[in-house]
Design a protein around this ligand. Structure first.
Ligand code: CA2
Length: 144
């Protein structure tokens, strides 16, 4: 098994910190990457941080993480969380732990965010802590 933790981010998360700060905060995805890299070093892990607006690319990266024997995958699939059977199936194909991560708490939001195809396949979900959700997920992954 490798020491790499894949942190995969889905559609529109490239806009983090620039729009809708009342929901998603002012921290950018690059800031989150820096926080994770710092914490990972303390844990003896490395971070492979990626973002795509394309569902198939996220599927490719989940498969890549599985093939590379990644320590864990932290996945914030954005809106694909609530629609993607393809991501669900990709997560199921990975041996190591996949942890669903969200900045907001989707259950406290619109009904259409209450169903998660990602969460139904993932080992666990951490949501609602803003940027800290990612760090909490990394700490949890390190204990697995
Ligand atoms: O809370 C989360 O992390 C979400 O995955 C964010 C998704 C949303 O569709 C999920 O229901 C919950 C949306 C990501 C869009 O991010 C933006 C960031 C800044 C400005 C606009 C969108």
């Amino acid at each position: 098994m490798s020491n790499a933790v894949y942190v995969l981010n889905g559609p529109n998360l490239n806009l983090l910190g620039t729009r809708e700060p009342e929901i998603y905060g002012t921290t950018t995805l690059d800031d989150i990457g820096a926080l994770l890299t710092e914490r990972a070093a303390e844990l003896g892990l490395t971070i492979e941080m990626r973002q795509s607006n394309h569902e198939g690319l996220l599927v490719d990266w989940i498969q890549e993480a599985g093939a590379a024997g990644a320590k864990a995958v932290l996945l914030n699939a954005g809106a694909f969380t609530h629609t993607s059977v393809a991501l669900h199936d990709a997560i199921k194909s990975v041996k190591g732990p996949v942890i669903e991560v969200h900045l907001s708490n989707p259950h406290a939001r619109e009904d259409f965010r209450h169903k998660s195809y990602v969460g139904m396949a993932a080992k666990a979900t951490i949501a609602g802590f803003g940027a800290r959700s990612y760090v909490l997920a990394l700490d949890a992954a390190a204990t697995l």
